[in-house]
Design a protein around this ligand. Sequence first.
Ligand SMILES: Cc1cc2nc3c(=O)[nH]c(=O)nc-3n(C[C@H](O)[C@H](O)[C@H](O)COP(=O)(O)OP(=O)(O)OC[C@H]3O[C@@H](n4cnc5c(N)ncnc54)[C@H](O)[C@@H]3O)c2cc1C
Length: 383
Amino acid sequence: MRLKSEHFEPTDAALHARLSAINVAAYSKSRNHLNGQVTRLSPYITHGLVTIPELFERLPKLKLSDKLAFEFGWREFFHHVWSREGERILSDMRPGLPGVRYADELPDDIREGRTGIATIDQAVHQLYATGYLHNHARMWVASYVVHLRKVHWRTGADWMVAHLLDGDLASNHLSWQWVAATFSSKPYLFNAENVARYATADWHCPGSAIDTSYEALERIARSNEMIDSPGSLVGTVEPETFAAPPELSSTSIPKAERIRLVHPWMLADRRFEGQRIGVIHLPFHARFPWSARRWQFVTDRMMAITDALFIGDLNELKDMLSETPNVESVATLNPGYDDLLPQLCTQLMDAPRQFANPSKTCRSFSAFWSQCTEAHPQRGWHR
Ligand SMILES: Cc1cc2nc3c(=O)[nH]c(=O)nc-3n(C[C@H](O)[C@H](O)[C@H](O)COP(=O)(O)OP(=O)(O)OC[C@H]3O[C@@H](n4cnc5c(N)ncnc54)[C@H](O)[C@@H]3O)c2cc1C
């Protein structure tokens, strides 16, 4: 199968093509560059087509000292924090920069990718066109939105997560907080020189307000000053987001001895002797709507691997499943699903993890990483 770098098919063939293309050494050297050899696995990981432990099995030579292992660790760190803090991850984890006020609306020039700063406009256009952004581009956008335009990180995080194919409340909202300094000790800042080092020329922004020193940016971040947006005539339209899968409804729920409930974060095609029901809990999606592209990725896959679909409030499934002796699923931390799956299932498996999940919240990645690696010095990870 040929790989188109930013086209994501929700199929095992597409996943395997991406896995086969991984080059651990090249990843370490180039991951910070927008055209570096990153894996683009995130939509598949977020939606459970592949798990982090399966990736370690698939890459038996991957060492803890490899950059890729470290990045898988970041994902599990964010999920560790989510598992311990629950919905507190959606609010400031610690006080932000003192005295700085933030708006709770995203300005239209950012939303429409017409700030006049190429770095930001390219990222917004790419986000809408593909549902994917390189890590560096996500950091640049978040830093610009929060520190230079004074928009609250939560507003930016909710906007970005709605358009990402890999949108994940822990990785996304905690990364925005890390940039904002509500989950780190200092604001993340970038300048035009940094963009020039890691991106191709069409992303560069010489002569813009970002073409300045880190000292100047730090002064802006820690004050109520904002930078001017020169604006640009060429913008884009923000794609609509939806609180339910467009043009799809529930099918009839079969009677069976054994049922597996397949939610959007466990879309691996596992063998199962029984009926598989895809479930979409609408109250969650009313809070966190998704782009049509994201819905298509999830529902195409869900329909390919299940026998029936339930789209509604999971509370309504309780009666329908009351006579089914065996109902199983995999736990997820996504709000609403997290409460209701345990009530519906006779067997709820833990979401697979590679690294340990310390009982007390680690407030920093380094604390998490040293606990995981010290606990298992040979391999450094939890089996
Ligand atoms: C503001 C912001 C928002 C983000 N939102 C999300 C999100 O909603 N969902 C999401 O999965 N990641 C998010 N990330 C983390 C990271 O940017 C993406 O995981 C990564 O860019 C996905 O591309 P990739 O699969 O090619 O990554 P690769 O670099 O190839 O990494 C492989 C895998 O490791 C994990 N990973 C890599 N870097 C990170 C990181 N910094 N934090 C956590 N996990 C990481 C991901 O699972 C990724 O798929 C965000 C980062 C920032 C700065």
